[in-house]
Design a protein. Structure first.
Length: 295
């Protein structure tokens, strides 16, 4: 019987070759999976985080809203403070919730593979609320607080942005609300923290008779987030949502301008129509949006 003699060097060489092959195979699979994900969700390669504002589903609890958002093919949520948590919990989505409710939400978000990326829209007359709001948003893993602060609180909000390393994105409601125009927002954030910027609600700009693309140009460098809508009419505060790309908001122009600016941030679907059954509308809008991105 012959005994084969294999040197330690040979064994090491074989192990290294096998390890390299396994690594290359694994890397190839990861690249392939990432390419597939980018092809299904083309916004990913642009650095865009497409999700939904839970206010879209305000006839339902936050727990129910997450299931709807999941079914729309979205992985991010912007929570709003007045929504009931649900799942047997009567508390609302605000900083006053119990530790047990927060743990329930963290586990729920994890199980749905959805990230709470933003929190708002926040309005408060009590300056003492702001630090509690920032601390809560930070504890939930948010990046942005969408808000419409009282002018007396702008400096405080700016300071809290830096303290908590969170963005404060000022949101615009239609005219005659205070922050309805880009000029007012730019004046408000001038000289403040670089983390203070804009949550551009393109639908409310349309309701105010403003051109969303022109507004985005004015706000270049300050847009942290968008509330995405498409509407059936211009300059009408009662105009209602339609599937993205089928209305008057110039969605293709908005996309082109965001690309030109190199925008990196959050886009929240906020569909404020057909309230009791708008999940199919959001799903159709997201599909339209991704088709437009792929062109």
């Amino acid at each position: 019987m012959k005994i084969l003699s294999i040197s330690v060097r040979t064994i090491l060489h074989v192990c290294i070759v096998l390890t390299c092959c396994a690594f290359i195979s694994c890397s190839s699979k990861l690249t392939s999976n990432q390419s597939a994900a980018n092809s299904i969700n083309p916004e990913v390669s642009l650095g865009w985080k497409l999700g939904a504002q839970a206010y879209t589903f305000n006839r339902f609890s936050f727990t129910e809203a997450l299931s709807k958002i999941d079914s729309c093919g979205l992985r991010y949520v912007e929570a709003y403070p007045q929504q009931v948590i649900g799942g047997g919990i009567a508390e609302k989505m605000d900083y006053k919730m119990s530790a047990a409710s927060k743990l329930y939400l963290q586990n729920l978000l994890k199980s749905k593979n959805i990230r709470l990326i933003s929190y708002g829209v926040i309005k408060t007359k009590d300056s003492n609320d702001w630090e509690k709001i920032f601390a809560f948003a930070k504890s939930m893993g948010a990046e942005n607080i969408t808000c419409e602060p009282e002018l007396k609180d702008i400096d405080l909000v700016s300071q809290l942005c830096d303290k908590y390393q969170l963005n404060a994105a000022i949101h615009n409601h239609p005219n005659p609300s205070y922050y309805w125009s880009p000029e007012v927002v730019l004046k408000t954030i001038k000289g403040k923290s670089k983390r203070m910027g804009v949550c551009a609600d393109i639908g409310h700009w349309v309701r105010s008779g403003l051109d969303p693309v022109a507004c985005l140009k004015q706000l270049e460098g300050h847009v942290k987030q968008l509330h995405v809508k498409d509407l059936n009419e211009n300059a009408n505060v009662k105009a209602h949502d339609v599937h993205w790309g089928t209305g008057v908001a110039n969605m293709s122009g908005v996309i082109a301008e965001l690309k030109r600016q190199g925008f990196k941030g959050v886009l929240s679907a906020e569909y404020e129509f057909n309230w009791n059954n708008n999940t199919p509308d959001v799903t159709a809008s997201v599909k339209n949006f991704r088709k437009m991105l792929s062109k």
